[in-house]
Design a protein around this ligand. Structure first.
Ligand code: PLP
Length: 429
């Protein structure tokens, strides 16, 4: 069935580590060969053998309005014809910064980079430069990209592959990353008291998405805000997943909590390689060339990437209805899945925030890393492959969020719910 994908994977493994250019794409946690794709439109992916799938990965987040979204494609084509890069300022970078400020009023200044990793890595440097302190606090299972400081108790591919803390990160770097428990303010308080006046920043995924989707408990984010204020620590929201997804203004708007710095990726580039970090003027003023904290990039603010991101963000800004529709579609899917799993007697907890959703096969409420790990990975694996057979493309790991796109039709959602019923029945037997 995946004949061509399997052949390509064999070739890929000879010359590319693990046959993939990013570990989360490998099927290590579900087994089998990754699917190779050749095209997509809306919510339908077509693999190299011509088989079609309903997509719940959305390139891991960017495709909030579906694949090959016309305004994005048009913007990229028109921009490419004028050159793909200048290494000098362009108008679209200014328009982009202005648009982000309109959508997220707390972002006084923003710097474009090329990935979410770069955004988070730079935000940490800025926080350290601003405070003159070395240590950071992150949360177990949160993922902020693959910069050294973050590969300590990380989520996403690192967790899926069983290496949440990577070899190659020096002890010196590791000692400056302190780890707290997601949704547990006491664990943060303890660290701030133990390392008094040493913590430059707390970085958090405001909705955890890299151990599956885990919403913040009531008061958790505002509690972090208060702790940061009390300890003169910079609060960084890593909104690489949640930015422009859980609402127009991201998690800051959804939960009514302002961060000092915020990082973006995924949607901001509409599927092209983009990240960004921004925030309050007084913090951002330390960034080079205004200030002494160095940060740079040959292709940063690349015209193609800016044109694509600008086209997508403009649509989201002008038509906030997209968020209502996404919310409705995700609730519909949630309810349908819940019914199917109940009918077939599966122990399940489904977490959902906006258009992020995760199915955990466990009897426990999933609120943090430890409870996420109680999910039945073997059951997920069987469920995953049954879904794939029926043309439903989910993230190939129990510890990743699914991302819905507003291109999903009611019929596609119904097909998914039906397929989930069949899949769980067969996985349990
Ligand atoms: N931060 C979060 C919350 C992410 O989910 C990711 C990637 O999935 C990153 C940072 C890293 O972004 P990138 O893969 O673009 O480097």
């Amino acid at each position: 069935m995946l004949e061509t994908s399997e052949k390509l994977f064999e070739r890929a493994q000879q010359f590319i580590p693990g046959g993939v250019n990013s570990p989360a794409r490998a099927f290590n946690s579900v087994g089998g060969s990754p699917v190779f794709f050749k095209k997509a439109k809306g919510s339908i992916l077509t693999d190299v053998d011509g088989k079609e799938y309903i997509d719940y990965v959305g390139s891991w987040g960017p495709m909030i309005l579906g694949h090959a979204y016309e305004p994005v494609i048009k913007a990229v084509q028109e921009t490419a014809a004028q050159s793909t890069s200048f290494g000098a300022p362009t108008e679209i970078e200014v328009k982009m910064a202005e648009l982000v400020k309109q959508m997220v009023p707390g972002v006084d200044k923003i710097r474009m980079v090329n990935s979410g990793t770069e955004a988070c890595m730079s935000a940490i440097r800025v926080a350290r430069g601003y405070t003159g302190r070395d240590k950071i606090i992150k949360f177990e299972g949160n993922y902020h990209g693959h910069a050294d400081s973050f590969l300590i108790n990380a989520g996403s591919g690192a967790l899926t592959l069983g290496t949440p803390s990577s070899p190659g990160v020096t002890k010196g770097t590791a000692k400056d990353t302190l780890t707290a428990d997601f949704n547990d303010l006491n664990s943060v308080k303890q660290l701030l008291n133990e390392y008094k006046d040493e913590v430059a920043a707390i970085i958090v995924e405001p909705v955890a998405g890299n151990i599956g989707c885990i919403p913040p408990r009531e008061g958790f984010l505002s509690g972090l805000r208060e702790l940061c204020d009390a300890h003169d620590t910079v609060l960084i929201f890593d909104e690489v997943m949640t930015g422009f997804r859980v609402s127009k203004g991201g998690a800051q708007e959804r939960y009514g909590v302002s961060a000092d710095l915020v990082t973006y990726g995924k949607i901001i580039g509409a599927g092209l390689p983009v990240g960004a970090f921004g925030g309050k003027k007084e913090v951002m003023q330390v960034v080079s060339p205004d200030g002494p904290v160095y940060q740079a990039g040959t292709l940063s603010g690349n015209p193609l990437a800016m044109a694509a991101g600008y086209a997508l963000l403009s649509e989201l800004q002008e038509n906030p209805l997209h968020y209502d529709e996404l919310e409705e579609k995700t609730t519909y899917l949630y309810t349908g899945l819940q019914e199917q799993f109940e009918d077939h007697g599966a122990s399940v907890h489904i977490n959902r925030v906006g258009s992020m959703i995760s199915v955990f096969f466990t009897e426990e409420q999933v609120v943090d890393f430890t409870t996420a790990r109680t999910t039945d990975e073997t059951l997920f694996k069987h469920f995953y492959h049954k879904m794939l057979e029926q043309g439903i493309y989910l993230p190939p790991s129990p510890f990743e969020s699914w991302f819905l796109a507003n291109s999903l039709t009611e019929e596609q959602l119904d097909d998914t719910i039906q397929a989930a019923g069949q899949s769980i029945k067969s996985a349990l037997s």
